[in-house]
Design a protein around this ligand. Structure first.
Ligand code: FE2
Length: 1030
């Protein structure tokens, strides 16, 4: 043989039969009977059709199709009147590869191929059926029946069949291919004999599809000895993707094959010439190249399912020899061709789509996310649902292309029945579960109906693990939805989300998702891989630097404030952190006051309108510190006295070795407008051991009192203002949104970008900062194991008014810029808040035309109810302040603005300040290591130094401040709406307008900052991430 492979079938047959003790049989030739062709068509075809269907073989005619073209060879041996095989002629073709199989696609069996000339799914001018093996396993109707029975049985059944006669064994050894690497490398034979009119007269012809290397998957000598044993590959691949996957994976260039022919003269028309179980010896009848077969594109499954093959119609000048009788060799092939034709038509009928006779083509544009590992190796199928019908699952695939890689933008053409306007679509990932990368981050899909030129956008921006049903892009309120399927899909979507995101009841705290740790989060709520890697790297880098200096393992006090400065320099410094440390600015009252207006926790200060009973500051104590010549009471009334109070810290159990107090601080706004502290009481209850410290006391007494205040503020900031009031609240809001709003709800589209990674950051906060004995808070704060006590105590007093910034500032009495100047957090926050209100109003007004639209939106009301009763449910204290129902658009706008502001600005102001302030211990100690002072005039510098955190505590502080507040490279900032879920032109115009407005606000803040010693940069829109995802 030309490829060196040898069929040992006859030889093995003989040896096995001898071992059996039986005499080897001989090939039998059946003689023609006297049935006519008509009889064959009427009786046998129907019988065999039924038989094939019953054995299941016909059900496997449905494989994978590729399309391309055939170029007729310049030396075409079939030149003549037959235009079809004219040299140089290019024919569009499609080839279907499938198994004549009893197992799945990865088993070893007979491989088959259909070749269709012509590109369409309907009958072409010439269709040919091929199978592996140079000889057929059957040569008569009876042997075909035997073969199909054997194929459908177990291995013993096949063995019996193989040993029934030598030809059977020979054909079995010849035809089986063991899970070939690629179908296009195989040889496929057509067992029919055709007559073709050529310039040299009529010829008898047999066709084959010739692959480049058919040897690899043929049975070895050893395998031929037990050819009936079906072996599986080590890793079994799913039936419906194996072939497609293999074709795609190894195709680096166009797949090519040859269409070849054997030719003999017509006058050799003897019966055995038509015997499909007998090969035409190659030495006598060599194979001639007839055409180059170039395969370029995979055909969508829906098209494969609908393609019709007709093996009984031929171009002029080529025909199949009509058999003389049902047991005539030619009759067998004739029946086979009839059955195959019938089977593909049956499939066509089954695969026909439910509506429409007309077809249309969609251009499908698919954008994969750009995060690490966003791409998928799974087969991606889509099904479209329109106003007039739906399509079946359609494979999106380009044969010579690795589809859906990270960051890719791919286009596909799919031809489907007319389904009207697309209302929603389904995306399925099939295969890749065990052997390939399966999860896929899909950004969006854009569909264009090339007939109607209508565009349908489907923003997704989420991970897909299995399948997803998602409406087309336009935002729509449920009550305005006219399409019943879309209404149904919305409900299905929400039902699924409620199951995926169950509430965990945390008594006295905002609701969170019911999982143990971060690892249990659904993939679509987790951090992106880049984000996880980058955060780990930030932490590793800073820990390495700290370890190099042995800071993390030293439990000694610092020697001096300078020592603290040296340690703080292991992390990058900012203009703010440098200015604080420069010339001991941090020790001044002016800086202490400034930090309560523009520092790490600028949400605590309140106006003091009248004396505070528990904080008995008298005019005598502080009169000399007031520079307007008025009494303390007069200054209170005038709006120049402010205070910060930490009552919730009282009664929280302490560590025993670390200390934190529950102080009250009084501030005064000097005539110059500068805010300074004038009195401090370190505990809530006044008494002889709890004196009021003032700026009139010794410098060290006053400095130590201020340090104790900052240590308490560290606790409040870290545990409540930052973790609870941004992360936990946003986590609850995000969960309510996912559970109650479908992705085509306008509020979902508005909020989703502000909810990115918020559940992940909330859960990570619990895992890392709070839970367990090794938590960060237990290392740096003074109330280990009792952080949640503080959370609950403070959350008990929470109302949403704290989050509605104009009300929050007004309620704290700090909304007057003239009375309390330099409150940059307030000034910048209000600039953005007002613009956000305008922005939210503009967008929501497009969908809510009147207050009734708001009131009638049951999904919106369900969101509010879920948030009120689960997300922000309170077990004690005043109600959370959320309304029972959204009754008007302004109400909805206010809550929406609050959510966006909170996730972006509020979080930015508390998160990205941490490193600037917490990295230098003397200014912002996380805790104190000495009891609070109770006696004036005795504090020494050594007492102060020894009260501050030791090196180990400060090192952890620096490491985690860095981890929590270093900006990440994949962050998207306020005003950047490249990945908007809205598809409406009007909304996009509003987004552009909002981006311009943010730019203007940025310019005004930059301009203001020019006049400041320490610029306030944390609410510059270009530095405010859209979501509290860190
Ligand atoms: Fe944060």
């Amino acid at each position: 043989m030309e490829d060196g492979w040898k069929n040992c079938g006859f030889q093995i047959y003989r040896s096995l039969k001898r071992k059996d003790g039986t005499e080897p049989g001989k090939p039998q030739l059946l003689r023609s009977q006297s049935f006519t062709a008509d009889t064959i068509r009427k009786a046998s075809v129907q019988w065999y059709k039924m038989k094939w269907q019953l054995t299941g073989s016909a059900n496997d005619l449905w494989g994978e199709e590729v399309q391309g073209y055939a170029v007729i060879d310049a030396k075409s041996p079939l030149q003549g009147p037959l235009e079809f095989f004219r040299p140089g002629k290019v024919n569009q073709i499609r080839v279907r590869f499938f198994n004549l199989s009893r197992g799945d696609d990865a088993s070893d069996d007979f491989r088959c191929a259909f070749l269709k000339f012509g590109e369409s799914e309907s009958e072409g001018p010439l269709d040919l059926a091929f199978s592996t093996g140079r000889v057929s396993c059957y040569h008569s109707t009876a042997s075909l029946q035997d073969f199909l029975t054997a194929l459908d049985g177990d291995e013993d059944c096949t063995r019996d069949w193989a040993l029934r006669m030598p030809n059977n064994y020979y054909a079995l050894a010849d035809g089986i291919r063991r899970y070939p690497k690629c179908r296009t490398e195989l040889d496929y034979h057509n067992y029919a004999t055709f007559t073709v009119k050529t310039e040299n007269g009529n010829k008898l012809v047999r066709f084959r599809l010739h692959g480049k290397n058919d040897v690899g998957s043929r049975l070895s000598k050893q395998e031929q000895e037990e050819a009936w044993i079906i072996q599986r590959p080590d890793i079994e691949l799913p039936m419906d993707t194996y072939l497609q996957q293999r074709l795609r994976d190894i195709a680096k260039e166009n797949l090519s094959m040859k269409l070849q022919v054997q030719i003999r003269d017509e006058n050799e028309n003897v019966e055995s010439v038509f015997d499909p179980s007998t090969e035409w010896e190659e030495t006598d009848f060599p194979w001639h190249d007839l055409a180059d077969i170039i395969l370029s594109y995979s055909v969508p499954k829906v098209s494969t399912e609908r393609a019709k093959y007709d093996f009984c119609s031929f171009p002029a000048h080529i025909e199949m020899v009509t058999p003389e009788g049902k047991d005539n060799f030619g009759s067998l092939v004739h029946i086979q061709e009839k059955v195959l034709t019938s089977s593909t038509r049956k499939k066509h009928k089954e695969g026909e789509l439910p509506t429409g006779h007309k077809e249309t083509t969609f251009l499908v544009h698919v954008e994969t996310g750009n995060h690490l590992f966003s791409g998928t190796d799974a087969g991606v199928y889509i099904a479209l649902y329109g106003t007039k019908g739906r399509t079946k699952k359609i494979l999106l695939d380009k044969l010579f292309h690795n589809d859906f890689e990270r960051g890719s933008k791919e286009s596909y053409y799919i031809t489907v029945p007319v389904i009207g306007d697309v209302k929603f679509l389904q995306v399925f990932l099939i295969g890749g579960k065990y052997t390939f990368k399966r999860e896929w981050f899909l950004n969006n899909i854009v569909l264009m109906d090339l007939t109607t030129r209508k565009l349908f956008e489907v923003p997704v921006y989420r991970w897909i693990n299995d399948k997803i049903t998602i409406p087309t892009g336009e935002a729509m309120l449920l009550q305005k939805e006219r399409n019943s399927d879309r209404k149904y899909i919305r409900q299905i979507w929400l039902d699924e989300r409620s199951k995926i995101y169950p509430w965990c009841r945390q008594d006295g705290l905002p609701g969170c998702i019911d999982i143990e740790t971060y690892d249990g989060l659904p993939v679509e709520l987790k951090y992106s891989t880049e984000r996880q890697i980058e955060k780990k790297k930030i932490l590793a880098d800073v820990l390495i630097k700290l370890k190099l200096h042995k800071y993390t393992t030293v439990f000694q006090s610092f020697d001096s404030f300078e020592d603290f400065k040296t340690m703080s320099e292991v992390v990058p410094s900012s203009e703010t952190s440098n200015a604080i440390k420069e010339s001991d600015r941090w020790r001044t009252d002016e800086e202490f006051g400034r930090e309560f207006l523009a520092g790490v926790n600028p949400v605590m200060i309140r106006r003091c309108k009248e004396p505070i009973q528990k904080f008995p500051v008298t005019n005598d104590m502080v009169g000399g510190l007031l520079d307007r010549g008025k009494t303390l009471e007069e200054e209170m009334k005038a709006g120049h006295i402010y205070y910060v109070d930490y009552p919730h810290m009282a009664g929280i159990p302490r560590n025993g070795q670390l200390y934190v107090t529950d102080p009250i601080v009084m501030f005064y706004v000097r005539e110059s407008g500068v805010l300074v502290p004038i009195a401090i009481q370190l505990s809530q209850e006044p008494g002889p051991n709890n004196p009021v410290w003032t700026a009139n006391d010794s410098e060290l007494d006053w400095l130590l009192a201020k340090m104790f205040v900052k240590a308490t503020d560290s606790h409040y900031q870290s545990i409540y203002s930052h973790l609870v009031q941004t992360h936990f609240l946003m986590e609850a809001i995000t969960l309510s949104m996912h559970r109650q709003l479908p992705p085509n709800h306008p509020l979902y589209k508005l909020l989703i970008q502000h909810c990115l990674f918020t559940v992940a950051s909330g859960q990570m906060g619990r895992d890392l900062l709070v839970n367990g004995e090794d938590s960060v808070f237990s290392k740096i704060l003074a109330i280990p194991g009792h952080e949640c006590d503080l959370m609950r105590k403070r959350f008990k007093d929470f109302t949403v008014n704290e989050l509605i910034m104009p009300r929050a500032f007004a309620e704290r009495g700090v909304d007057d810029e003239k009375l309390l100047p330099n409150y940059h957090f307030r000034d910048d926050a209000m600039l953005i808040w007002n613009k956000l209100t305008e922005y939210v109003t503009k967008i929501l007004s497009l969908f809510y035309k009147c207050d009734k639209d708001v009131a009638d939106d049951t999904e919106l009301q369900a969101f509010l109810t879920d948030l009120r009763e689960h997300g922000l449910r309170k077990s004690a204290g005043p109600p959370n302040g959320l309304p029972d129902k959204f009754a008007s658009l302004p109400e909805l706008v206010e809550v929406t603005t609050m959510i966006i502001f909170h996730s972006s600005c509020y979080h930015a102001a508390l998160n990205f300040t941490q490193l600037d302030y917490f990295s230098f211990g003397p200014n912002y100690p996380s805790c104190m290591r000495r009891m609070p002072p109770s006696e004036k005039g005795v504090t020494t510098m050594q007492d102060v130094i020894d009260s501050l955190p030791n090196k180990s505590i400060q090192a952890v502080c620096i490491a985690f401040s860095s981890y929590l507040s270093e900006p990440l490279s994949d962050e998207r900032y306020l005003g950047d709406y490249q990945d908007s879920h809205f598809t409406e032109t009007e909304v996009r115009e509003i987004l552009d307008w909002f981006s311009d407005e943010m730019e203007k606000i940025s310019q005004s803040i930059h301009k203001r900052n020019l006049d400041l010693d320490i610029p306030y940069v944390y609410l510059l829109p270009e530095r405010v991430p859209k979501a509290a995802g860190q």
